[in-house]
Design a protein around this ligand. Structure first.
Ligand code: GSH
Ligand code: FE2
Length: 282
């Protein structure tokens, strides 16, 4: 487990010890927004870990196009040659943000470009001899997936620790009803399935936590227990969403992450720019 303090994000290396093959999940690219400065310090820590443990990177996996931090997927791909994979719902996310950022048709952005593999629901793949299954879990975003790997579920932002509940559903393409149904799917998994978080915002200042189980979620999740009706969850989720500010890095993050972690194409002066759409006064 690797933790990016700036965005409270967990990244993971999942390794098959017998073959030395590994996957990295949700790697973070450090970014100083005021300076427009990107840094690979966090991703380099992951590369050093892989090297120290003699692991070969077989997959770079995204649980979704993150709205709060930049992905280091493209950087890791350049360094290792491993393919970058995400759920096929990314095509919808790309379509949505292509319009928001007025990205021209010369970039085939709504067709899954920039990713080497788009996973379908229930698709399986291997990490060495480990079997992994993709479970579509949209709701927080259109492209959210969870990766089930040998009884461990990397859940992205579909669930938070039980005392934090769930992630917001108010981004473009987000939908609390859809998230509820995704969570019902997760709750069908065996009770002892271990669930690994993508974020922990440490509610009430408690210590950092990143692992729980299906049983703990079903019995303790403050937004959605096993018997919580859909309408009750949706009301809670939508009420909380109204109180949340726009994530600090949403514009840089989305522009880079719909491109698999690649910075927007450099302009004729060789410099790459982040766009921020301005809105009329409210
Ligand atoms: N303050 C953070 C908020 C990030 C945020 O909105 N995170 C999403 C997941 S990508 C979320 O669901 N947050 C739920 C919450 O803050 O309660 C930031 O500006 O980056
Ligand atoms: Fe997220």
């Amino acid at each position: 487990m690797f933790f990016d303090k700036d965005s409270s994000t967990f990244s993971y290396v999942v390794a098959d010890v017998s073959s030395g093959m590994a996957a990295v999940i949700d790697p973070v690219l450090d970014y100083d927004a005021a300076a427009g400065q990107v840094s690979t310090a966090g991703a380099d820590t992951i590369l050093a870990y892989l090297a120290a443990n003699k692991l070969t990177l077989q997959w770079i996996l995204e649980t979704h196009a993150h709205a709060d931090h930049l992905s280091a997927a493209h950087y890791l791909k350049n360094k290792t040659g491993a393919p970058v994979a995400i759920g096929e719902g990314i095509k919808k996310v790309q379509q949505t943000f292509k319009l928001v950022f007025n990205i021209g048709d010369d970039e085939l952005l709504a067709k899954g470009d920039y990713f080497d593999k788009l996973f379908a629901d229930n698709e399986t793949f291997s990490i060495g001899s480990l079997k992994a299954t993709v479970i579509n879990t949209p709701g927080h975003t259109n492209d959210s997936v969870s990766y089930l790997i040998a009884g461990n579920l990397f859940v992205g932002d579909s669930l938070f620790m039980p005392d934090a509940g769930t992630a917001r559903c108010d981004f473009p393409g987000g939908d609390a009803h859809v998230l509820y149904r995704s969570i019902q799917r997760i709750y069908q998994l065996p009770d002892d399935t271990q669930i690994f978080m993508c974020h922990d915002y440490q509610p009430n200042g408690r210590e950092l936590k990143y692992q729980t189980s299906v049983l703990e979620q079903k019995t303790q999740n403050i937004h959605v227990k096993a018997d919580t009706p859909e309408q009750e969850f949706v009301q809670k989720r939508e009420a909380r969403d109204k109180t949340l500010a726009v994530p600090r890095l949403i514009y840089p993050a989305v522009q880079v992450n719909i491109r698999g972690g690649q910075l927007p194409k450099a302009e004729q002066n060789g410099v790459s720019y982040i766009k921020i759409p301005l809105k009329p006064q409210r």
